[in-house]
Design a protein around this ligand. Structure first.
Ligand code: FRU
Length: 489
């Protein structure tokens, strides 16, 4: 290759790198969480692992920083931390906007889309017809599919769409599809207003309704959205988890994600009990679902915002961030099963640092791990020189964890943004192990191996890098602080 051409290529690559660094250094830009380069993002969609890559598709409006005609944006990662944004995967068409949905690897080529031995990836999504909605019909949300024969890079919509038409329900969306081996069929879990509908199919094109679940059970302060159904093996017993997002009516108001634990026989979901449980007790973890094709390890990712204020948060060029991907589990406490969520390995971005006192100066995004006696209250205050502060703590009187973001920075964009959020302690052990991830604009808490999790966003004018710890017992045990390197270099 001529030297001049080589030089030009080098200069282009260097200027792209510096542009990327510029973009990801904007005020409020998270450094260890995925956010789109520009424009509006909501729910994670089509989460799938295939041939060494994790695919994150997402609700995306490429023309504005507020919600609009939905596309599927796309990003790829090999470690669930460093994401590379890809061209838009799915565009709106004559059947409507591309709303939320899932993706699966059709290894047996049940769909017949496979050719030359390539395993087809199939995306299943809602097609939302805005004209039908405006005309006041009840027939504007239907399900469509698309396939990819190049491991998720390019997608072709099925000409026979929609594959599942609404029976006349306004809310009929967010299909999550999984393979059900005992019956060799696909199961689609779909949100329909105040309930979940289950459908089955042999080929992903023809769907039959099997059953419904949820009317009158669980939280019903809003519309049910973005479900997920998946099995776990707990102490040798197969237990099914049904995740259901709800908006409004979440635990902290607005958007939240509840779950049910029970049995699924290929047709019907039967809950073990009917108490309402929440995946995350913060205000900012919504529409989360799991990656498909990850074997026994289940990985959950949510949208780190809340419909109450998502379109108003003070980021300038883009809106919204995803949670850190989390390993999802189920644990039995007493007679009940609860979810556990812990961050995926952060080894690829971790730099351990030494701490000499309880007064810590953080060097940007960090992970902290420590233990505390459940009989003592404690608090960690993260602050900056401008008097802005975020507090995370445990209140032994309430037996609850809390995040207080009342003074954590800008909050004038929404009246009740400045608030304290509480989360019950679910574990019954004497010691509580806490892990937390602090990024520029988010705090994620994983208490008691992830039995209680909380996710809150906030918008300080400078990073909240000073950390002060107070405990009844005088000390947090086994404290480690890990500096997290930006994922955007
Ligand atoms: C959840 C949701 C989904 C819908 C999508 C539209 O946040 O309302 O139910 O498919 O967003 O963007």
């Amino acid at each position: 290759m001529p030297v001049r051409l080589l030089c030009i290529m080098f200069l282009i690559a260097a200027s792209e790198t510096s542009m990327a660094q510029e973009i990801y250094r904007e005020p409020f830009r998270p450094q260890v969480h995925f956010s789109p380069k520009a424009h509006w993002m909501n729910d994670p969609n089509g989460l799938i692992y295939f041939k060494g890559n994790y695919h994150l598709f997402f609700q995306y409006y490429p023309d504005s920083t507020v919600w609009g005609p939905m596309h599927w944006g796309h990003a790829i990662s090999t470690d669930l931390l460093h994401w590379k944004e890809q061209p838009i995967a799915l565009f709106p068409d004559s059947l409507g906007y591309i709303f939320s949905g899932s993706a699966i690897a059709d290894s047996l080529n049940t769909s017949g889309f496979g050719s030359n031995g390539a395993i087809p990836l199939i995306a299943v999504f809602t097609q939302h017809d805005p004209a039908g909605e405006q005309a006041g019909t009840n027939h504007f949300q239907n399900q469509g599919i698309a396939f990819s024969l190049d491991a998720g890079l390019h997608w072709t919509k099925y000409p026979g769409n929609p594959v599942l038409r609404t029976p006349g329900l306004k809310d009929f969306r967010d299909p999550k599809v999984m393979w059900y081996p005992p019956d060799k069929k696909w199961i689609m879990t779909l949100a329909a207003g105040d309930r979940i509908l289950f459908y089955s199919s042999a080929n992903l094109k023809a769907w039959n309704q099997e059953s419904e679940f949820g009317a009158g059970i669980g939280a019903h302060g809003g519309v049910w959205e973005c479900p997920d159904l998946l099995p776990f093996l707990v102490d040798g017993k197969r237990i099914w988890l049904l995740i259901v997002s709800i908006n409004p009516g979440g635990i902290q108001g607005g958007s939240g994600t509840q779950y049910f634990v029970g049995d699924f026989d290929g047709k019907k979901f039967t809950p073990g009990d009917t108490s309402t449980r929440w995946m995350d007790y913060g205000a900012d973890d919504y529409a989360g679902v799991t990656f498909s094709n990850t074997g026994k390890t289940k990985i959950f990712m949510g949208w780190m915002s809340n419909w109450k204020y998502a379109t108003k948060v003070p980021t300038l060029k883009w809106r919204s961030t995803m949670t850190i991907p989390r390993i999802l589990g189920l644990k039995k406490i007493g007679q009940k099963y609860f979810t556990t969520m812990m961050p995926v390995s952060l080894a690829a971005i971790s730099e351990s640092i030494k701490i000499s006192s309880q007064q810590i100066h953080l060097d940007g995004p960090s992970r902290m791990d420590f233990t505390c006696s459940a009989g003592n209250s404690f608090s960690l205050t993260f602050s900056n020189d401008q008097g802005q502060a975020l507090v995370f703590g445990f209140d032994k009187g309430k037996n609850a964890f809390y995040i207080d973001r009342r003074k954590a920075g800008r909050s004038d964009f929404y009246p009740s943004f400045a608030a304290v959020h509480y989360a019950p302690r679910i574990a019954d052990s004497k010691e509580s192990a806490i892990s937390l991830i602090l990024d520029n604009t988010s705090l994620e808490i994983f208490a008691d191996q992830g039995l209680t999790t909380m996710t809150d966003i906030f918008f300080p004018d400078q990073p909240l890098n000073d950390c002060h710890i107070e405990t009844d017992s005088g000390k947090a045990g086994n404290l480690t602080v890990t500096k997290l390197k930006s994922i955007w270099h």
